[in-house]
Design a protein around this ligand. Structure first.
Ligand SMILES: [Zn+2]
Length: 182
């Protein structure tokens, strides 16, 4: 798999996410033909523009059903609103970019990129959190006309391009959300 453009990187990560999400939803412990097919079709479709990423409205709807807890550690105490992509780095001050965070995670993460911050703590983001992050990243790159440029020529971005996962952990190590999804 040769990934050279920003679009390919983001689409590959998103297609892997969709494959993992499908497997978790079906309670499958190992990827099979169906899941690999989901990934390859989505990756090709996104690159060719014959398929599109899901709308952020889906993630917003989900926000109303998920328990009100810190999206990083699951704590239900001292919650405040956090910008998933920090405004200090150029993240938008919109509802799509807002998540719950506890005081402790909020001050530890501060204005850092969430993927880099989690990686330092040896944590892989829950899939639904990563999904929101990838959608925001894709939206930002589209708005700035950056999708077709080479990764090596990418300008400074509000999110950490180098931290976008291209290989996901084993299914047994993945979770949908930081707390049990009702
Ligand atoms: Zn927390």
């Amino acid at each position: 798999m040769k990934i050279t453009t920003i679009a390919e990187l983001l689409h590959w990560s998103y297609a892997n996410l969709a494959m993992a999400h499908a497997a978790l939803a079906a309670k499958i412990e190992q990827y099979g033909r169906t899941q690999y097919m989901i990934r390859s079709r989505l990756y090709a479709g996104l690159n060719k523009n014959t398929m599109s990423i899901g709308p952020l409205a889906d993630d917003e709807r989900l926000k109303m059903f998920l328990p009100q807890a810190c999206c990083y550690c699951g704590s239900r105490e001292y919650l405040s609103v956090d910008h998933l992509i920090p405004t200090k780095r150029g993240g938008a001050n919109t509802g799509d970019n807002l998540v719950w965070a506890c005081r402790s995670c909020n001050s530890s993460k501060c204005a850092r990129d969430v993927l880099e911050w989690l990686a330092e703590r040896n944590q892989f983001p829950p899939l639904l959190l990563l999904r929101r992050y990838l959608k925001l990243a894709i939206e930002m790159c589209r708005e700035r006309n950056l999708m077709d440029i080479q990764i090596t020529e990418a300008p400074e971005l509000p999110f950490a391009l180098a931290a976008i996962p291209t290989a996901y952990p084993l299914l047994s190590q993945l979770r949908l959300w930081v707390v049990e999804v009702p």
